[in-house]
Write a protein that binds this ligand. Structure first.
Ligand code: BDR
Ligand code: CA
Length: 312
């Protein structure tokens, strides 16, 4: 039976690739896509989410809008990485696919109450606002979540939006603290992994050469996304952060890490949004997350190519 997931996202080119990977994979049933404010404001992320779902040809997958700002702070966005629209790199038509009327947080709550306990996984690839808000409003759903698989945080790589913090956690550290403290099984895909998931020219060109429309779209997004990271890090390609979460669901053997304690800094003078990851197990605190560190990069990119090739 396919694994049921809800994708909580702020597309974002790498979010878009993650959504396509999930929709291309029969092992996964996407119950819905919920947009959150993050890379760009909600008014853009919800449109981008609908564009991506429509591009995949899966008009049966509902798209919702969730929270338009972090729980307790002003929104920080990342147009400097993702461009003005959040999804710069290719032109896509305004989506025809309607936005669902229900609020995204209510969709998360309703789905977890409706589906059998322990059968729905939340895949969070943006700030954790929607999930924290759902847990706050409906504490009964927390124990019903099978697992949360999230892209966020860093330990050895430390920060990307500040010297100490990764973007998704930094944008809403209060939400992250609530999620990491909720007691739900957590898989964390930090920058330590995703900075090893770098695209290269031959993979981008193989994507571009795919016969459908999705492969060339991925190539266009990656070309755009790449320019920021190559200029910043001097690396050869762009890190495909968010697709690593879906890839872990499909082929966990591509990744390795440790069950450790991870706490979120919400009050640091310089370190707000830091994931304080007890990699060396020195704190004595109980583990609350599978914190990944390494990836079989070639295996990941082979999986992506093979799956995106299945899409129209
Ligand atoms: C994360 O932040 C966003 O810019 C990306 O989409 C990814 O989810 C990487 O820090
Ligand atoms: Ca994202």
């Amino acid at each position: 039976m396919a694994r049921k997931i809800i994708i909580d996202t702020d597309p974002g080119q790498d979010d878009a690739v993650a959504i396509l990977l999930a929709l291309a994979s029969p092992e996964i049933e996407v119950l819905g896509v919920v947009a959150v404010a993050g890379n760009v404001p909600l008014a853009l992320t919800e449109v981008n989410a609908r564009k991506v779902v429509e591009l995949s040809g899966r008009r049966d997958v509902p798209v919702f809008a969730g929270c338009d700002r972090p729980l307790a702070r002003a929104l920080v966005t990342a147009e400097h990485v993702h461009g003005k629209t959040g999804l710069d790199g290719i032109e896509l038509p305004a989506p025809d696919l309607p936005l669902q009327a229900q609020h995204g947080v209510d969709f998360i709550i309703g789905t977890l109450r409706r589906e059998a306990a322990g059968t729905v996984t939340l895949v969070a690839i943006g700030p954790l606002t929607n999930i924290a808000e759902a847990f706050r409003r409906a504490p009964d759903i927390v124990a019903r979540v099978e697992r949360i698989v999230l892209m966020g945080g860093a330990y050895f790589e430390v920060g990307n939006i500040t010297p100490a913090a990764e973007f998704n956690i930094f944008v809403d550290p209060e939400a992250a603290a609530a999620v990491f403290g909720a007691g739900v099984p957590l898989t964390v895909m930090p920058l330590d992994v995703t900075h090893k998931a770098l695209t290269d020219r031959s993979w981008i060109e193989a994507m571009r050469a795919l016969p459908g429309r999705c492969g060339p779209a991925v190539a266009g997004w990656t070309d755009f996304f790449e320019r920021f990271d190559t200029a910043k890090y001097g690396s050869l390609g762009a890190p495909l952060h968010d697709p690593c979460t879906i890839a872990w669901l499909l082929q966990p053997e591509l990744f390795s890490g440790r069950e450790i304690n991870v706490e979120i800094e919400t009050e640091g003078r310089w370190t707000t949004g830091m994931t304080v990851a007890d990699w060396w197990r020195v704190s004595g605190r109980a583990s609350n997350a599978l914190f990944l560190k390494d990836v079989d990069r070639d295996g990941l990119f082979a999986l992506l190519l093979e799956r995106i090739a299945r899409l129209p």
